[in-house]
Ligand binder design. Sequence first.
Ligand SMILES: [Fe+2]
Ligand SMILES: [Fe+2]
Length: 284
Amino acid sequence: MVETLSQAIAAALLTADPRAKAMRTRALVRDWRAGRLVFAFDTPMPDAPARPEKPELLPPNRMPKRGRGGSDRARVALWHALAHIEFVAIDLALDMAGRFGAQMGESFVSDFLGVAADEAMHFALIERHLAGMGAAYGDLPAHGGLWEAAEKTAHDVAARLAIVPMVLEARGLDVTPATLERVRAAGDARGARILQRILDDEIRHVRFGATHFADVATQQGESVDSLWISLVQQHFRGAVKPPFNDSARQAAGLSLKACHALASMVKPRLGESHETAGGSDQLQ
Ligand SMILES: [Fe+2]
Ligand SMILES: [Fe+2]
């Protein structure tokens, strides 16, 4: 029996083991590209993806401090946090394609399954890098809040695009160059190459988000910038804050005017800081 797209995506979301999820995701994207999956949505997406027993997920404000020093411990903590971000990014891209694909069409699905394959590759590269340090994904606790954005925007593709690629992945564009420089300065050339590849791919991910968001806004007869600003205000409780990587954001098709407008809007604190080590409002 030929599998449908939604069956294959739901199965990958419900795979808990990190390596198995990454492999399954890459296999499903190969199957989609080779025409082996039917464009049909007969299976609902799970409310939440399956998670492995480890890492332990902690609220952002309970994450241990990662430190900035060049110690082995700090290095492992950095790469572990990045591995977790990529692991959740696989699920976010799969859910985007599986939840909204019927409504948005085949090119949307192809774009976001391509993102899922990239995230699976990023995860695999980082996991190998961690292994070179004698560590593995799951050794440390990880940020438990990264799926929250998906839950809050499960009802509306415009809201999902406005937050996940256009705020969270865009934040990755801002912070990755400085991380890359620190990694390079510490003599980790391989790590620097991995981060450069991630940065290049993430510009494309944000661009997919911005492009499909602009299409949705236009169909709704709304201004792209004002719809983005209003959806971020409604559904994102963190702050969109500078300094921005203007050139990367521009290359990704984001409106700098809207980015700066969002940054100037002061958010009320809702009792939980996203400014903690081990993950902030960043996704990549
Ligand atoms: Fe990524
Ligand atoms: Fe990404």
